[in-house]
Design a protein around this ligand. Structure first.
Ligand SMILES: Cc1cc2nc3c(=O)[nH]c(=O)nc-3n(C[C@H](O)[C@H](O)[C@H](O)COP(=O)(O)OP(=O)(O)OC[C@H]3O[C@@H](n4cnc5c(N)ncnc54)[C@H](O)[C@@H]3O)c2cc1C
Ligand code: FES
Length: 300
């Protein structure tokens, strides 16, 4: 699946949507890209045109009641059709439980029920050096951020224009080298890519925070006042990244992977404790008020 240089040309503004769409879409490609990790492409011009970096969709396999509830997956990226307009949407997922196990057996030509785009996504203010920090399967929420902030792609309908970052660094931590799939996407997005593995089979031997320490120690991150971090991954990993950034007064946004049932703000299964400006905290719905929050506001 080759990357298009940009999904939005001048004609993109003619695509308009109002809120999330709910539709059945055809699977047009599906392949394994790493250990227990798959990449699936669906045809959905509506979702492709409307999605912003860091947003997600809820997915179900039609006709199945096990699992009954849809599952959230981040939109990995969107691609144009032959007419140059946004047409295809890619998701990347780790085989985990009942939904992702069933999904891995779905061949091209079958259908998926999809609703989205959902959530707020990443939209950091102008930044000199954007550092994207992924753990596990958390890279899925970050590729479009890199492509938008490197000026390679525009997203949304009408296509939004965001200032380019002077530098983008992508740090990815995983169990072992075999879990990293399609790393080249981040290189093609203009990122300086660095890996960390717990077993030492690729990159720095340790966690992604060990990797941040190593890059900072080697002077590869530059002045902290030009840095901004966007992170996605398991809670414990993001909490460690949040502590690392807070200790250096580096702004950080985190995308939570809280389990969700409806994805549209109705069921309250996805709440996370978020600090208020007055020093207290309250539960916020990750699906509509997130999944991206200021990392310093999350009660980890
Ligand atoms: C906004 C958002 C975006 C996401 N994007 C992606 C993505 O791009 N790719 C991807 O692979 N996954 C992503 N996830 C996570 C994915 O939705 C869950 O892993 C989902 O539960 C998998 O469904 P399943 O039926 O295969 O596993 P389940 O049967 O739901 O889960 C199996 C086991 O994992 C536990 N579990 C489920 N979800 C979580 C969680 N979030 N944290 C900790 N434990 C959990 C369950 O308690 C259970 O024990 C995202 C989640 C959110 C909220
Ligand atoms: S998943 Fe239902 S309110 Fe968020």
């Amino acid at each position: 699946m080759a990357h298009a240089a940009s999904v939005h040309g001048a004609s993109a503004a003619s695509h308009t949507t109002s809120g999330p769409c709910h539709e059945r879409v055809a699977v047009v490609a599906h392949r394994p890209i790493a250990d227990r990790t798959w990449r699936i492409r669906v045809e959905s011009p509506t979702l492709a045109a409307a999605t912003l970096p860091g947003q997600f969709a809820m997915l179900r396999i039609p006709g199945r009641t096990d699992p009954l509830l849809a599952r959230p997956l981040a939109v990995y990226d969107v691609f144009p059709g032959p007419d140059g307009r946004p047409r295809y949407v890619d998701f990347v997922y780790a085989v985990h439980g009942r939904f992702t196990t069933a999904l891995a057996g779905l061949p091209p030509g079958e259908e998926l029920a999809v609703w989205g785009p959902l959530g707020n996504g990443f939209d950091p203010p102008p930044v000199g050096h954007l550092v994207l920090v992924a753990g596990g399967i958390g890279q899925t929420a970050l590729l479009a951020v890199a492509r938008e902030r490197s000026g390679l792609a525009r997203y949304g309908s009408p296509a939004r224009l965001r200032p380019r970052a002077e530098r983008i660094t992508f740090c990815w931590g995983g169990r072992t080298a075999a879990v990293f799939g399609d790393v080249a996407d981040f290189e093609a997005a203009g990122c300086d890519v660095h890996l960390a593995t717990l077993d030492g089979t690729a990159g720095v031997h340790g966690t992604v925070v060990d990797l941040l320490d190593s890059l900072a120690g080697a002077g590869k991150l530059g002045a902290t006042d030009s840095l901004r971090v966007a992170t996605c991954g398991p809670d414990a990993m993001m909490a460690a990244v949040a502590r690392w950034t807070a200790a250096r007064e580096i702004p950080c946004e985190a995308s939570l992977e809280t389990p969700m049932a409806c994805g549209i703000g109705i069921c309250f299964t996805c709440v996370a404790p978020i600090r208020d400006s007055d020093g207290g905290w309250d539960y916020r719905r990750t699906c509509v008020e997130g999944p991206v929050f200021d990392a310093a506001s999350i009660v980890w």
